[in-house]
Design a protein around this ligand. Structure first.
Ligand SMILES: Cc1cc2nc3c(=O)[nH]c(=O)nc-3n(C[C@H](O)[C@H](O)[C@H](O)COP(=O)(O)OP(=O)(O)OC[C@H]3O[C@@H](n4cnc5c(N)ncnc54)[C@H](O)[C@@H]3O)c2cc1C
Length: 394
């Protein structure tokens, strides 16, 4: 029996950032990660097609936990302007200058952050990594949670955090209810080189065949996320890399000239996952285990980092006599995260549905949505408010 204070199940960005944020705490932490494979090695030619738009609030969080300073600036691009284009002519432009910030977001590869986080926690004195390892049973007792691993080891702790992604094993062991709605849509991701410079601009088009985002990468490169119905995603994935590049260039009105493939395309099914209660005695859920969101607002991993920051803040501030697995104590974490999560999930879901060409009243909704985009673009205070909220600056 190995005693810990905290067991984190899942060593993705949420789990590793939580461990890193608790580096200075007196908690003895166990981190359990199923996959042995390290993050992809980075090279000048190889670019990870999963990229994130990291908000300024989360850049500051990553700086506070000692990760930001180690990220290679050559692999990051600042977004200084964002253009949102409706399918019937509506448009909205956000600029860092108008919003009063240096940049709207930073675009970087998932593997860049993952690698830094994993390397950082390897040197952490209060952390024991179990990797590759997977849990077999979880027993919630009155004073402790007991977790057995598939290799027969037994760990105990006052608190178990499920940071094990959208199909969370930890969540499945609890009575916490979940609503999991597939969007019947895939996020098709790929990277391209461009003929013309993007000048730090991100674009988002709401089209009949889904929402297409172009995100700037360093140099003349972009990454795309095309959130599109399952059948259209299959059509896109069946194209040759060159034909897909041409299709993407055409969908964006050849704004950056000719595109050439940089990485093969991949696709991920999109789901709206709502978990009304994310804590229970001796249990808390964080990151995708606690919420799934449509990628059109680029908030998925940002919400996970904000969960981490809130939970780490609570745990770091807890007095030594506090039982960190006590339900009333954990309620404070749930309260701190509930409103933002619900708001972003609902707003993103509403936008996705407004522009969904498969919806019964699609043409009417779409006209209204386009009108709304243009109106918002003209109302500078409202636009700045939206931008600042999205940046985590409110
Ligand atoms: C197409 C697409 C585009 C996206 N674009 C963006 C974007 O632009 N910006 C953004 O912010 N977000 C984006 N997201 C969302 C983002 O990828 C996720 O929010 C993020 O990866 C969640 O991190 P996590 O650590 O919570 O979960 P995960 O990344 O799923 O990590 C969970 C970890 O737990 C491990 N694990 C799972 N089960 C077990 C188990 N039983 N035992 C031990 N370990 C286990 C897994 O191996 C994994 O390492 C996008 C998502 C998609 C699908």
């Amino acid at each position: 029996m190995q005693p810990f204070d905290l067991i984190i199940v899942g060593g993705g960005l949420t789990g590793t950032s939580l461990a890193a944020a608790l580096r200075e705490s007196r908690l003895r932490i166990a981190l359990i990660e199923a996959q042995a494979s390290p993050a992809l090695p980075l090279s000048a030619e190889a670019w990870d097609s999963r990229v994130y738009a990291i908000s300024p609030a989360n850049a500051a969080f990553l700086a506070r936990i000692g990760v930001w300073a180690h990220l290679d600036p050559e692999r990051m691009a600042a977004v200084r302007q964002m253009r949102v284009q409706g399918d019937r002519g509506g448009s909205l432009t956000f600029s860092a200058f108008e919003t009063g910030v240096q940049e709207l977001a930073w675009i970087m590869e998932s593997s860049l952050i993952a690698r830094e986080l994993r390397e950082g926690i390897k040197r952490q004195a209060n952390l024991t990594r179990f990797c590759p390892a997977a849990p077999l049973t979880l027993d919630i007792g009155e004073n402790a949670a007991t977790l057995t691993l598939k290799d027969g080891q037994t760990l105990t702790a006052r608190l178990v955090v499920g940071a094990d992604g959208r199909d969370s094993w930890v969540r499945q062991q609890t009575r916490l209810t979940v609503s999991d709605q597939p969007y019947r849509t895939q996020g098709v991701v790929a990277n391209f080189t461009t003929e013309k410079p993007h000048r730090g601009t991100a674009w988002q088009w709401f089209r009949d065949d889904g929402a297409l985002a172009w995100l700037p990468l360093p140099g003349k490169r972009i990454s795309i996320v095309w959130s599109t119905p399952d059948d259209h995603a299959a059509t896109l994935l069946a194209l040759s890399p060159e034909a897909l590049a041409e299709r993407v260039a055409e969908a964006g009105g050849h704004l950056l000239g000719k595109l050439a493939p940089l990485t093969p395309a991949a696709a991920f099914p999109l789901r709206l996952i709502r978990v009304p209660r994310t804590v229970a005695p001796r249990l808390a859920l964080a990151g995708d285990a606690a919420h799934g969101i449509h990628p059109l607002s680029g908030h998925g991993v940002n919400l996970g980092f904000q969960d981490t920051e809130a939970l780490a803040h609570l745990l770091n501030a807890a007095p030594p006599w506090q039982d960190i697995g006590e339900a009333r104590f954990l309620e404070r974490f749930q309260r701190a995260r509930k409103e933002e999560t619900l708001l972003l999930q609902s707003a993103t879901d509403a936008i996705a549905r407004l522009f969904d060409a498969r919806a019964p009243a699609a043409p009417l909704f779409s006209r209204l949505a386009n009108f709304g985009l243009t109106l918002t673009d003209r109302a500078l205070p409202l636009k700045n408010l939206l931008a600042r909220y999205a940046l985590g600056a409110l």
